[in-house]
Design a protein around this ligand. Structure first.
Ligand SMILES: Cc1cc2nc3c(=O)[nH]c(=O)nc-3n(C[C@H](O)[C@H](O)[C@H](O)COP(=O)(O)O)c2cc1C
Length: 316
């Protein structure tokens, strides 16, 4: 009798900017709150990492409703960074998240570079694994009109100042609302970022034709979900060619196949955002689906898939 050699389970672990992840599947900022509600629905310990809702210095109530509207294969949101503020986050939310054995990346945003620095300094002593600088929220009013991530110089300035203020792994979340995302990513790398998260939402709008009014109180909002996935994959592909630091890819991931597209395009990790609203088990299904794909295709290590895109001869 010929015995089939037992295949070793595939290796899904990755090192992301110095953070050890048991698998590359994370949850995206703002779509998972502070983990409390989801903890009743899924085992948080199975996730690669959790990125918190973006935290600001002061609590924010967010924008006036309506602030979410469904569109074809996506949603538009104008939440406006509703959050409890850094002090309540540390006192009330962090202890709960720390009950779990899952890397925690805290997303922060300020209106000025000084505010980003203050947030980073405040979190220096806390037990967290990394910081994500949200330079790309489309739903708040900036003095300068542009988001930081739409201005390469401003991006460089904020990232280098926060870099000096913390030793924590520093991930920068970029906006797709730019002409050349690869150039902005390069600025982040030069300023000392350890990783790049992309993409945040696309600015969009929807109109009620009966009333002639915008569907969102804020008029415009950020588009997310499957509608944006092909653009997000293209942006990951472009950024992968321009920087050495790891990329966390996101934008419309619902299935393992979606996540694999991002990984093949160059993302070392992926994050599920809007998919959590459709199915809270989406991240778990994506993890299991990636593993099944690896077993089926005899892929031993997820790292071998990162940026493994095979371009036909003669393509650009
Ligand atoms: C309701 C909602 C709230 C969000 N809040 C944040 C946030 O606070 N900080 C942030 O960096 N991104 C935020 N995002 C953007 C997501 O993290 C993600 O980058 C984007 O939605 C694309 O991924 P997706 O298509 O999988 O949702 C939010 C997205 C949604 C839909």
């Amino acid at each position: 009798m010929i015995r089939k050699a037992k295949q070793k389970p595939p290796n899904l672990t990755i090192d992301l900017a110095g953070i050890s992840l048991r698998n590359p599947v994370m949850v995206a900022s703002g779509t998972f709150g502070y983990g409390e509600e989801y903890a009743e629905l899924i085992d948080l310990n199975r996730l690669g990492a959790i990125v918190t809702k973006t935290i600001t210095l002061k609590p924010r109530l967010g924008n006036e409703p309506p602030r979410i509207v469904e569109t074809a294969s996506g949603i538009l949101n104008s939440i406006g960074l509703q959050n409890v503020g850094i002090n309540a986050f540390i006192d009330e939310k962090l202890p709960f998240l720390r009950e779990y054995d899952v890397p925690l990346i805290v997303s922060i945003a300020g209106e000025t570079p000084d505010e980003y620095v203050e947030l980073a300094k405040t979190l220096r002593e806390e037990k967290i694994e990394g910081l994500e600088l949200n330079l790309s929220c489309p739903n708040i009013k900036y003095d300068r009109k542009l988001m930081f991530a739409q201005d390469p110089k401003a991006t460089h300035r904020v990232v280098s100042r926060v870099r000096k203020a913390t030793n924590l792994p520093l991930i920068v979340k970029l906006s797709p609302n730019v002409t050349d995302i690869a150039f902005i990513a390069k600025m982040c790398e030069e300023a000392g970022a350890d990783g790049i998260s992309l993409i945040n939402t696309f600015v969009g709008m929807a109109i009620d034709v009966e009333s002639g009014e915008p569907m969102l109180h804020q008029i415009t909002g950020g588009l997310s979900g499957p509608a944006i996935k092909p653009i997000a994959v293209r942006m990951v592909y472009e950024v992968h060619k321009s920087v050495e630091i790891p990329i966390i890819g996101m934008g419309g991931i619902i299935t393992a196949g979606d996540a694999l597209e991002f990984i093949i395009a160059g993302a070392k990790a992926v994050a599920i955002g809007t998919g959590n609203f459709v199915d809270p088990r989406a991240p778990i299904k994506v993890i299991d689906g990636i593993r099944e794909h690896m077993i089926k295709n005899k892929i031993k290590d997820i790292k071998s898939m990162v940026g493994s895109l095979k371009c036909p001869k003669g393509s650009l």
